[in-house]
Design a protein around this ligand. Structure first.
Ligand SMILES: *Cc1c(COP(=O)(O)O)cnc(C)c1O
Length: 415
């Protein structure tokens, strides 16, 4: 049974491997365009904008594709701001949702005309002192014990992010007094959440808060930002979030809360990363070693510096052995990388077809928080990123790092 289909087969990948060495990432352009379209369609009833979380897949070619679909960029660092600027995502098409933010990053965000989303009440005077207050400001709400959160993001009251309820009122009051005239409200209480009701609850919470803030301290919000965190079905059998359902239920809630309070039109923003690109990026790696000790291992030519999620979160990433899609999965392997860390395992006790050296393995759902989390620990280098274009051609959108890149910041003079 093929429960997680691929947009390519072994022949296509073998062809690609003649020009680009493994390991590499490959992204499916048409599927990424379609996922952006689905999210936009789910909220077609509203004045909606998705700000793609740049940290998920910070590649200019992918950002350009998403810009063409009308998406903005959600940034939290100077480099991400510059990346957006370089691909023409500017002004209020950027949401700057940062925390513990250095002054120079606020300055750049303000120069770019980005919507600045403050993480703490003390950042109001900090921003004012270092960059001046912009015309529009968003505040990040942390509902604390009012919401449960989930495994990756943890309990809101344990999370370092955002204002308390009381601080929000005080924050908007201060901003109003300082002459800010346009306001937004943000929260991010889920990560990789598959329950569609969770997002409806988040919308409801922010809509109610919008009504309360209109009374005290009397701010009329221009938008609410529901954050990101829409999950993806990493495991076969898990169900993707039905975005149409989420959109319709949030529309209902909007009609029940926002409209009667006279707050229509209230714009709705989101800042997902994972659900836009996650399922549509793959890490392709070659099996190069077998080892039988207390367990059976397959060693591949990539490692957790290419994809850290399994090592960091114990995350499941499905693996397909190319050409053996329908073969019986009658072998149990740990699929491991070359890092000198025992959590460098892409899969543990995984049922797979028999793997031979030279087989190509596809690690699924690596299109978000995959390549982006790459690092150089242990002298490992980041791999290339390729784009499978709509016409079936393949384009390199990021070259692999070389040893010269690794040495570029080292200084051997005067040794
Ligand atoms: C990481 C992050 C996102 C994106 O999360 P996804 O799980 O990729 O949707 C959005 N907003 C903020 C503030 C984040 O830190």
């Amino acid at each position: 049974m093929i429960d997680k289909p691929l947009p390519f087969d072994e022949r296509t990948i073998r062809e690609i491997v003649r020009s680009y060495r493994t390991p590499f990432y490959i992204y499916d352009e048409s599927a990424i365009r379609a996922s952006a379209r689905r999210l936009n369609q789910a909220f077609a009833w509203a004045t909606f904008k998705e700000y793609f979380a740049v940290k998920a897949t910070p590649n200019p070619h992918l950002l350009k594709i998403l810009r063409q679909k009308g998406l903005g960029g959600d940034c939290s660092s100077l480099a991400e701001l510059v990346l957006c600027e370089r691909v023409g995502i500017t002004g209020e098409n950027i949401m700057f949702t940062s925390n513990e933010t250095p002054a120079k990053e606020y300055l750049r965000a303000k120069d770019l005309g980005a919507i600045i989303n403050l993480d703490d009440i003390t950042h109001i005077p900090y921003l004012e002192r270092h960059a001046g207050l912009p015309e529009v400001i968003c505040l990040r709400y942390n509902p604390g014990p009012l919401r449960e959160g989930n495994a990756i993001i943890g309990k809101p009251e344990e999370a370092k992010y955002g204002f308390t309820r009381e601080q929000l009122v005080e924050g908007y009051r201060q901003l109003k007094a300082k002459g800010v005239r346009r306001f937004g409200l943000h929260t991010m209480v889920a990560s990789n959440e598959l329950n569609p009701e969770f997002f409806v609850e988040t919308a409801k919470m922010l809509f109610q808060l919008a009504v309360e803030l209109a009374r005290d301290p009397g701010v009329r919000l221009e938008f609410v930002n529901l954050g990101g965190g829409i999950g993806i079905p990493y495991r076969p059998g898990e169900k993707a979030v039905d975005l149409g359902f989420v959109g319709r239920r949030i529309q209902q809630t909007y009609q029940e809360i926002v409209v009667p309070a006279g707050l229509h039109p209230l714009k709705i923003f989101m800042e997902n990363g994972r659900c836009i690109t996650g399922p549509y990026g793959y890490l392709v790696t070659e099996a190069i070693h077998h080892k039988n000790t207390y367990k059976r291992y397959v060693g591949v030519d990539s490692c957790m510096s290419n994809l850290m999620r399994p090592g960091m979160y114990g995350a499941y990433h499905h693996i397909t052995v190319l050409g053996k899609e329908t073969a019986p999965q009658d072998h149990t392997y740990d699929v491991v990388g070359s890092l000198c860390e025992n959590n460098d395992k892409f899969a543990i006790d995984r049922q797979l077809p028999e793997i031979n050296d030279g087989d190509l393995l596809v690690i699924h759902d690596a299109g978000a928080h995959g390549s982006a989390m790459g690092f150089q620990y242990n002298g490992k280098l980041r791999s290339a990123e390729l784009l499978l274009r709509e016409d079936g051609s393949v384009m390199q959108i990021r070259r692999a790092e070389t040893i010269d890149d690794y040495f570029a910041t080292l200084d051997f003079s005067g040794l």
